[in-house]
Design a binder for this molecule. Sequence first.
Ligand code: HEM
Ligand SMILES: [Ca+2]
Ligand SMILES: [Ca+2]
Length: 318
Amino acid sequence: IATTTNTTRRPRQLSVDYYAKSCPQLDELVASVTAQQFKEVPVSGPATIRLFFHDCFVEGCDGSILISTRPGSEELAEKDAQDNKDLAEEAFDTIKKAKALVESKCPGVVSCADILAIAARDFVHLTGGPYYQVKKGRWDGRISMASMVHSNLPRANSSIDELLKLFNSKGLTLNDLVVLSGAHTIGFAHCGHFVSRLYDYKGTKLPDPAIDPRLLKALKMSCPHYGGNADVVAPFDVITPFSFDNTYYGNLEANLGLLATDQALFLDPRTKPLVQALAKDKQKFFQAFSVAMEKMGSIGVKRGSKHGEKRKDCSIHP
Ligand code: HEM
Ligand SMILES: [Ca+2]
Ligand SMILES: [Ca+2]
């Protein structure tokens, strides 16, 4: 009789109290690191949220993004793929510090993938966004290959159809695409990701008509067509770049989106109504974002030693 409950429990299900016995203070341990890191190096916030996204979309939320390429190895790990080159090192540092603290209190039990999910949540909250419970129980992945990255991540000039296809392939919907893109309410992008919008939109030799003229002027000053400094960045949200709020959506209504993919959410009739609804209602955004992050956080989750591993050092397979 007792086995009935066991077999009905789906093996891939995550739970909030997964470490209740083995590491009851897990969330507090991670929180102490994220709070400190946010105070000393605030860019860790957006960087870690993005790191979590790039982990989940490639091989699932399994910490595969955290693996370092073995010295002398021909095969590059995910983090060294071209599309991951501008993931900020501060994010990796945050996870490394959190993992070290967690290992000192609960050795050998908590996955890097779970620590990344918790840290991303913490930073959403620390930057002014919602606080939501993180379900745990992910195991770390045994595979991290640079060659698997490109086809699993969106590009700054992907069409809505391409984004939709990608998100659908991860079990996410059109609404999830709109809501998760709201993470661009904080953080910055390098000129290379949007410079073609400023000078030569789709080969027209003209700027993208869907950019506010004042924003266009400002972005052109930061980002010359040729020969600019490759390290220059511009804020995703020109109004509140450091605050996790719903201003991102209001910006899209005002042609203040930074990437073509951001602005496209307002231009496409399928996504426009949701953009408008989220621009009007911050609580609705917060609620929807929390749900969508849980959904994203359960992509391709691995359970058990057959499919996964538990690492001591998040950057090295055991
Ligand atoms: C919908 C398709 C998406 C595209 C095309 C996209 C693309 C980009 C690009 C090009 C950057 C700038 C990187 C750089 O130049 O340093 C960026 C940054 C960022 N992305 Fe996305 N992204 C998407 C979705 C998401 C999602 C789903 C999340 C999280 C839920 C996210 C979170 C972030 C954050 C927080 C940053 C700022 C990073 C920082 O300032 O360090 N993005 N994204
Ligand atoms: Ca992964
Ligand atoms: Ca904002």
